[in-house]
Design a protein around this ligand. Structure first.
Ligand code: SAM
Length: 245
């Protein structure tokens, strides 16, 4: 299992340019990332291939714009937002532009190559700050919105709980904790058997989201007022908790 962890958030513009910058300390990769997801998030050629819009569209059955919109709709321009893991495709650029120069968008991930990609996609947007850290410990103070986008289905149950609790602690009173992720599709959903097989072969920690509510991974879910919306016949969900004052 991992130890890590270190949050080093630095301005996006410095990521690639400052020759004298101290190399960020790289958190140890969790076992699941090495054992299960090397092909998807660690191996450079695959990362270069997967971080493209048509591939993202394929993986999300054409629902990528709807899902991005669902996340973006929860965020107001000028907000301080934390996203604890990088995402392939246009999400980071879209959220950064939506937040605008008066806000702050902290995107963290446990792997340098993922942070490198976020930096590339958001270059020139001063509101973006990136950092290497584990989602179980990431965060720098309180945020208006914490956007956990398709991370929870990829991590084992103990990580799900630790991540949910850590993210909840970084939401300011009145702020939002948002999860966008997989959900159990309707029984007759045509994609149900396909997704079942994908989860069985490639995503062993995902099917837990078919039976568990995301809010139940928090120790104190009563500290939030929850709403949930399912998308595309139940295959996806957006869950938003507003922290009580
Ligand atoms: C957000 S998830 C998957 C999203 C979706 N498949 C996509 O990219 O469109 C992928 C990211 O989670 C990161 N990740 C996995 N476990 C993590 C952890 N414990 N802390 C921070 N980042 C993590 C991986 O490095 C990867 O960049």
């Amino acid at each position: 299992m991992t130890a890590s962890i270190d949050v080093r958030i630095k301005p996006n513009e410095n990521l690639a340019r400052t020759p004298t910058a101290i190399e960020p300390e790289v958190p140890k990769l969790p076992d699941y990332l090495v054992d299960v997801y090397t092909w998807a998030y660690v191996a450079r050629p695959n990362v270069e291939f997967l971080d493209r819009e048509p591939v993202v569209a394929l993986i999300l059955w054409g629902q990528q714009n709807r899902l991005m919109r669902a996340a973006r709709d929860e965020i107001e321009p000028g907000e301080r937002v934390l996203q604890p893991a990088a995402v392939y495709g246009k999400l980071c650029t879209q959220i950064a532009e939506h937040i605008g120069p008066d806000g702050e968008y902290h995107v963290t991930d446990i792997q340098p190559i993922q942070i490198e990609h976020v930096g590339r996609k958001t270059r020139g947007l001063k509101q973006v700050r990136t950092g290497l850290s584990d989602a179980r410990t990431t965060g720098d103070g309180l945020y208006d919105t914490v956007c956990c986008y398709f991370l929870m289905h990829e991590v084992p149950e103990d990580y799900k709980r630790d991540i949910a609790n850590n993210l909840a602690a970084h939401v300011k009173p009145g702020g939002k904790l948002m999860f966008v992720d997989y959900h159990e599709p309707a029984l007759l959903h045509p994609m149900r058997p396909v997704i079942w097989l994908v989860f069985k072969w490639l995503e062993p920690f995902a099917k837990a989201l078919w039976s568990n509510e995301l809010k139940d991974y928090l120790d104190d879910s009563d500290a939030f007022t929850w709403r949930k919306k399912t998308i595309f016949g139940g295959l996806y969900q957006k869950v938003v908790g507003v922290k009580k004052a």
